[in-house]
Ligand binder design. Structure first.
Ligand code: S3P
Length: 449
């Protein structure tokens, strides 16, 4: 690689700036790479392992900060989890309903999945009291979406702003089954209710307006829970109480992390990348559909099923892109990839329209506002809308100082945009990437030629 493309500048040992300097002669991306384990699957493997009977073995766990938060919360409640590594993690479960009352506040860090899924489990532990908090981003994110359905099941939960903001206090109770019609397509909401339903006698049902990622359903079934999905109505029913038995889980590479290389390979001229071992669960492949609509050259190779999840190697070659419209049912299938899709749209002909994505405003940052501000500073033409954005492609980007707002997906999206920007781009607070992709800078360095 050209040694001068990437520099990391450490700020007082806690934060770092990523400096990307595009050589005047240009660059291209080449290589075969792997991305870290899927974040959603890593959280669920640790959680189900912790509450199952017996041992769970996890291969390919993501070593990002988010799964570390999940592991430390469940260790504080009595689960034995070996040192986290990608080879093999052993989790000795304590059995459903046996989470111990922790002597201190549980800290979910930056992770919405940790907090929201865990809440369903804590609320259904009668007689035990729990308090949960997170970092400043998580403490500003809406929790009423899970608190309300849990209250309908009989849960007792307290927090600021009418019980909608962490820190939250939970008095565990014996809960009742419900049929919850979720107003949003959210796997965190669905999974929270299903996890609460594990120890409830009878049928707990969740219906969502569009199908969100189904990793919880797949893994709960593998661990022995009785679940019935109805694709006609986007409903899932759990028959409780369940018996969960520890399993071997193999975590595929995260398509949300692969998305950065798919877009980078598509927009940086003369590039070709193969990303091996990527999870291609159909509830997550909206990014592949969106890039295909934009004219990207992406092939799925070596398609296979690994431990209940579809997996493939993805080959991307650079090509001219054109605009597309993203709205409706595809949105939950690519919600985490919209920041990097916005970068693809900047280099596509025409105006790309993204709608029905107001959820982006309550992610780790307000991703609509932050992406529009940061990319427009580089010369992009992004028009912010309440539930999405219009992105007019074709204007060249110029390197400048931009800020991740401590959001991992923003940090990495800005780095990919910088590969096609003239001059030098400095991404402030780029260490945020380690929430889901600690090796991002190293892989970027590896593929830049
Ligand atoms: C996740 C679900 C999604 C996604 C998040 C991970 C999960 O959130 O954005 O990064 O693992 O269940 P919502 O369920 O809030 O859409």
């Amino acid at each position: 690689m050209s040694a001068s493309v990437i520099t990391v500048e450490t700020q007082q040992n806690v934060s770092h700036n990523l400096i990307i300097q595009r050589p005047p002669s240009g660059l291209c991306l080449q290589g075969r790479i792997r991305v870290p384990g899927d974040k959603s699957i890593s959280h669920r493997a640790l959680m189900l392992g912790a509450i199952a009977q017996g041992e769970t073995q996890i291969q390919g766990l993501l070593l990002g900060e988010d799964p570390r938060s999940t592991a430390s919360c469940f260790q504080a409640m009595g689960a034995e989890i070996s040192e986290l590594n990608t080879e093999l993690v052993h989790v000795l479960g304590i059995g459903l309903g046996n989470l111990q009352e922790p002597a201190d506040v549980l800290n979910a860090g930056n992770s919405g999945t940790t907090l929201r899924l865990m809440l369903g489990l804590l609320a259904s532990h009668p007689g035990r009291f729990f308090t949960i908090t997170g970092d400043s981003s998580l403490r500003s994110r809406p929790m009423s979406r899970v608190v309300k359905p849990l209250q309908q099941m009989g849960a007792q939960i307290w927090g600021r702003k009418d019980n909608s903001l962490a820190p939250l206090a939970v008095q565990g109770k014996s809960l009742q089954p419900i049929h919850y019609n979720s107003p949003i397509a959210s796997a965190q909401v669905k999974s929270c209710i299903l996890l609460a339903g594990l120890s409830v006698e009878g049928q707990t049902i969740v219906t969502e307006p569009a199908l969100s990622r189904d990793h919880s359903e797949r893994m709960l079934r593998a661990f022995g829970a009785e679940l019935v999905s109805d694709p006609e109505t986007n409903s899932v029913t759990i028959n409780g109480p369940a018996q969960l038995v520890g399993q071997k889980v193999i975590v595929p590479g995260d398509i949300s992390s692969a998305a950065f290389w798919l877009v980078a390979g598509a927009i940086v001229p003369d590039s070709e990348l193969v990303i091996e071992n990527v999870g291609v669960n159909p509830t997550r492949t909206g990014i592949l559909d969106a890039l295909a609509m934009m004219g990207a050259d992406i092939q799925q190779e070596n398609q296979r099923e690994v431990a209940g999840e579809p997996v493939a190697d993805l080959r991307v070659r650079s090509s001219g892109l054109h605009s597309c419209t993203l709205a409706g049912d595809i949105i939950p299938r690519l919600i985490d990839e919209i920041p990097i899709l916005a970068v693809a749209a900047i280099f596509a002909k025409g105006t790309t329209t993204i709608r029905d994505a107001s959820e982006l405003r309550v992610k780790e940052s307000d991703r609509i506002a932050v992406m529009a501000q940061q990319l427009n500073q580089m010369g992009a033409q992004i028009h912010e809308l309440p539930d999405g954005m219009d992105i007019t492609g074709g204007t060249p980007l110029t390197g400048t100082h931009v800020d991740s707002h401590t959001d991992h997906r923003i940090a990495m999206s800005l780095a990919i945009a910088a590969l096609n920007a003239s001059g030098t781009t400095t991404i402030l607070r780029a260490e945020a990437a380690s929430v889901s992709y600690p090796e991002f800078n190293a892989t970027l360095q590896q593929v830049c030629q």
